[in-house]
Design a protein around this ligand. Sequence first.
Ligand SMILES: Nc1nc2c(ncn2[C@@H]2O[C@H](COP(=O)(O)OP(=O)(O)OP(=O)(O)O)[C@@H](O)[C@H]2O)c(=O)[nH]1
Ligand SMILES: [Mg+2]
Length: 281
Amino acid sequence: MAGLFKRILQRLSRDHIDWDELEESLILGDLGLPMTTQIIDRLRQRGRKLKPDDTISICREEIRKIIPDSPPSLSPLGDRPKVILIVGVNGTGKTTSAAKLAKLLKDSHHSVMLAAADTFRAAAVEQLQIWANRIDVPIVSGEDKVDPSSVCYDAQTAATKAGTDFLICDTAGRIHTRHNLMEELKKIRRTLAKRDAGAPHEILLVVDATTGSNALAQARQFNEATELTGLIVTKLDGSGKGGVIVSIAHEIGIPTRFIGVGESARDFEAFDAGHYVEHIL
Ligand SMILES: Nc1nc2c(ncn2[C@@H]2O[C@H](COP(=O)(O)OP(=O)(O)OP(=O)(O)O)[C@@H](O)[C@H]2O)c(=O)[nH]1
Ligand SMILES: [Mg+2]
């Protein structure tokens, strides 16, 4: 048993439930107040005879109700590149996740191209370039300080010409409360939609699991600006933190699509609700 439930089980006594303590544990586990209240209500309906193991299984049941078994997987469009835009605040793991996702798709025998559209931070293009070489995937990158929209557009042109299945665009870290940065993201979207009205077909927000409720605020703001299609939740390795997956699904309705569980290219998985509830949370 992993972090949150293990901690709760250790604190539960055999003969009575301390509701305040249980509530505090769920909130500290980043499940969010609405989800916590829902779980506590459900447990209270069961009354006094609850055993610690029942408590944990009811928590799991309630969580499973709001997290789909398996979120939609990424399948190619067939006639044009499926464009995936990777967004998020600074340092959450966007560049690493863009590369890991490229590797995952490549390993499933799809053709992939990367676009280095973080032209803001000097070393960002080079960082993605190193990854692209390592995983042997073509990359389109822009000059320093060039408009990220034009890098994405050029990459989309190249991917279309090459008949590539997936184009993954890494973008600069941006603070979700900064208006002009969010406008830049909207411009990238509009530019990609010029060639293909459905593009970007996926907008994945990368959140760092260890940032807890701040990740919920990020998801809310990014979703307002760009209509997210899913989350990549990183740094789940050894953090004992993963509750934010629940609060974001419950309060905003955005599914987690992939998780990052380490720094190497292999430490990346499609999200699996059963595994998450049993082994990660
Ligand atoms: N332990 C762990 N570290 C991760 C994971 N994903 C990313 N990292 C690390 O987090 C750090 C930041 O990752 P980046 O991919 O550069 O993050 P970014 O969001 O692109 O950062 P900016 O471009 O500066 O906004 C790096 O040291 C990564 O190795 C993960 O799943 N687990
Ligand atoms: Mg980056």
